[in-house]
Design a protein. Structure first.
Length: 363
């Protein structure tokens, strides 16, 4: 029974690793969503539902047309509409006449995840084998996050265009093929060395540094954010994003009393402005203004999908934080109708303002 899942930036490699470790090799890997994918999802979606809902629905339809019979997706009792994604998508796909099995993994309940995997995905595996598969997944997710971070740094200062992406693809392929916990952990040292040694870059460059945060799917899925990281890199901007799936799946960090996720620090910093969690990444995004200012970054670009209620809250509070901490913030709303030319113009204008601000401050 061929299995597929939504495309999710470089996390597609992490999901592939998990399923392979669970003994599932009958995968139909999702292709990168395009305009057709978005239109396909939008046609069959409620008009004012979140854009990620439309993109993932379109991806599922394409996977089913390619022969998939099992669909997998994360789910939970969310603070926003994400909690409704898979049940509503399941109803829509059934109404369209598709024959499939939908497998939802509640990432807020490890016990429930193990039960679902044992029953629905890999009934022949025992508890220890399932736990080992998840350990390999969260360790390799650290590596894909590291590669993304290195891409966003080196691509901005490379002297041979395209060299960073070639090294990155080599790194992603290596991560998928890595065997053994020791080799995986060793790669946290070898991957930065690979980028340093194999990419020609301007060692004297002092690029502007911009944090990109926002709703997790919009930030991590290049097809929805119109490759905003690459666009910023191509105009010479060093980019970083604190958004990561690791905060949900990295049990190793969760159980370590001496380590904290970046998001935990950001949530603490945002408490005076939004005391309680209200969905999405609202608290984290607000706290990032304070955290990245302290670290000397030049600005923040906040991304969110059309009609995303939690991120609309973030956007309404950003002006106050931006003024108080002298940290420029630009919010961009994205959906399937977003025009590339308009996005590019806004990015270039914002970066020009950041450059002038840095020059005025004598940096």
């Amino acid at each position: 029974m061929p299995f597929t899942f939504p495309h999710f930036g470089s996390l597609k490699y992490v999901f592939k690793v998990l399923l392979n470790e669970l003994g599932r090799f009958d995968l139909i890997m999702p292709t990168k969503p395009n305009k057709k994918t978005a239109q396909l999802g939008a046609i069959h979606s409620p008009e004012f539902i979140c854009t990620p809902f439309k993109i993932t629905l379109g991806t599922f339809i394409e996977g089913l047309e390619r022969g998939a019979t099992e669909l997998g997706m994360g789910g939970c009792n969310a603070y926003c509409r994400f909690g409704y994604y898979w049940p509503v998508q399941k109803l829509i796909l059934e109404d369209l006449g598709y024959d499939f099995k939908f497998i939802a993994l509640n990432y807020e309940s490890p016990k429930e995840i193990i039960q679902v995997i044992k029953k629905e995905i890999s009934p022949d595996l025992n508890l220890l084998q399932i736990i080992r598969a998840f350990r390999i997944m969260w360790l390799k997710n650290r590596l894909t996050d590291l590669v993304d971070k290195l891409i966003y740094k080196y691509r901005a200062i490379e002297t041979t265009k395209g060299s960073t992406e070639r090294v990155a693809q080599k790194a992603f392929n290596m991560i998928v093929e890595l065997k053994g916990i020791r080799n995986i952990k060793r790669s946290t040292r070898t991957l930065p060395q690979m980028f340093e040694n194999e990419i020609d870059y301007d060692k004297k460059a002092n690029p502007l540094k911009v944090c990109v945060n926002g709703e997790i799917y919009v930030v991590l899925e290049p097809s929805l954010n119109l490759d905003i990281m690459k666009r910023l890199n191509e105009i010479g901007v060093h980019v970083e994003t604190p958004i990561s799936l690791g905060r949900y799946i990295d049990v190793g960090v969760k159980l370590n009393p001496f380590k904290k996720f970046h998001s935990q620090h950001s949530v603490a910093a945002a408490k005076p402005y939004v005391e309680h969690r209200c969905g999405g990444e609202t608290q984290e995004n607000l706290g990032d203004v304070i955290m990245y200012k302290k670290e000397g970054w030049d600005g923040i670009i906040h991304l969110y999908p059309f009609t995303c209620m939690p991120e609309i809250i973030s956007r309404s509070i950003f002006p106050q934080l931006s003024k108080k901490y002298d940290m420029p913030v630009m919010s961009l709303v994205l959906d399937e109708q977003t025009a590339e030319a308009g996005l590019q113009t806004r990015l270039e204008a914002f970066i020009d303002l950041l450059a002038r601000k840095r020059d005025a401050n004598g940096n």
